[in-house]
Design a protein around this ligand. Structure first.
Ligand SMILES: NC(=O)c1ccc[n+]([C@@H]2O[C@H](COP(=O)([O-])OP(=O)(O)OC[C@H]3O[C@@H](n4cnc5c(N)ncnc54)[C@H](OP(=O)(O)O)[C@@H]3O)[C@@H](O)[C@H]2O)c1
Length: 271
């Protein structure tokens, strides 16, 4: 079936005046500030996809924004629909898009305000990927933000190469579980650090060795690593430097000085 014909597009077209269900919050606070609401279906711009959301996932950034930890980073006040990760079905796109209406896709919502916890969401074509037929939609929804963070950290910042020794500090979490698997796909030797209860999980991801962070301080180890990825944000470069090999890379998920400065500078503009 050709899903990019005019007939097919009309059959699936979503009238933009339609309302949709969403989860939103009107002020900062704990999870109790979240409530159901009706919103108009977002309008897609050229180069974007409109996705019917079937599954989403929650990342630390979502509860940090909701708590007000990062007030300076989101413009335009309230209400806000949280969430950046979606998996669902393409319901509207450009006719020459690489996606067809009806495609199952996972996507990172690449605009500052998120919007994943809703019936519909829009994102750039470049931040979506088709979901393999064998993958459940809920599994796909867990991939975009955490998986991309792990990939960019190791490949782009860590310059990972085959055969290197890699330490993942925080290997059992959302980002770390992808980092372990990505490093193994580069044929690296992977040491995983997490709590003892997640030992078997980390080993099942392919880690070569597991260390319990309550019993092992990697910064005092005799071992040396080409890459240390501090996913948990519990270490500092100065502490980790001693256990990095020459020309090794230390990567952290903690915000950079530049990011913190931007937060301070934009603080008066945000609610
Ligand atoms: N998720 C994303 O998409 C994303 C994107 C960009 C940045 N980040 C940032 O990356 C960080 C981690 O995110 P996440 O989603 O992976 O969080 P998460 O799912 O909560 O995982 C946290 C990880 O840190 C481990 N951990 C806790 N205390 C530790 C300690 N003292 N030493 C070593 N490891 C420790 C946890 O191990 P146990 O559970 O076994 O205790 C777990 O593996 C957060 O700061 C987040 O803001 C996340």
């Amino acid at each position: 079936m050709n899903t990019n014909t005019l007939e097919f597009r009309k059959a699936y077209a979503v009238p933009t005046a339609l309302t949709m269900r969403a989860i939103e919050y009107d002020h900062y606070g704990d999870a109790k500030v979240l409530h159901g609401a009706e919103h108009t279906v977002p309008q897609r711009l050229p180069g974007q996809l409109l996705i019917e959301v079937l599954a989403s996932s929650v990342n630390p950034i979502d509860y940090r924004f909701r708590r007000g930890d990062l007030k300076g980073l989101i413009p335009f006040g309230f209400p806000r629909i949280p969430g950046y990760d979606v998996a669902g079905i393409v319901v509207d796109n450009d006719s020459d898009s690489s996606f067809a209406i009806g495609d199952r896709v996972m996507a990172f919502l690449d605009h500052t305000r998120g919007g994943a916890l809703a019936d519909y969401a829009v994102c750039s074509v470049s931040s979506a990927a088709k979901i393999p037929d064998s993958m459940p939609i809920e599994d796909a929804a867990a991939i975009p933000l955490a998986g991309t963070t792990a990939l960019q950290s190791l490949r782009d910042h860590g310059k990972i190469k085959s055969g290197q020794s890699v330490l993942i500090n925080g290997a059992s979490g959302g980002v770390g579980m992808f980092a372990v698997q990505i490093a193994k796909s580069y044929a690296c030797h992977v040491d995983a650090v997490a709590s003892g209860r997640n030992r078997e999980f980390c080993l099942s991801l392919g880690a070569d060795h597991f260390y319990d962070y309550d019993k092992f301080d990697f910064t005092k180890s005799d071992k040396r690593w080409d890459i240390i990825f501090d996913v948990a944000g519990k270490a500092h470069f100065l502490g980790a430097r001693a256990v990095l090999k020459d020309h090794g890379h230390f990567i952290s998920t903690m915000p950079s000085v530049k990011g913190l400065l931007m937060t301070i500078l934009t603080w008066p503009l945000s609610k």
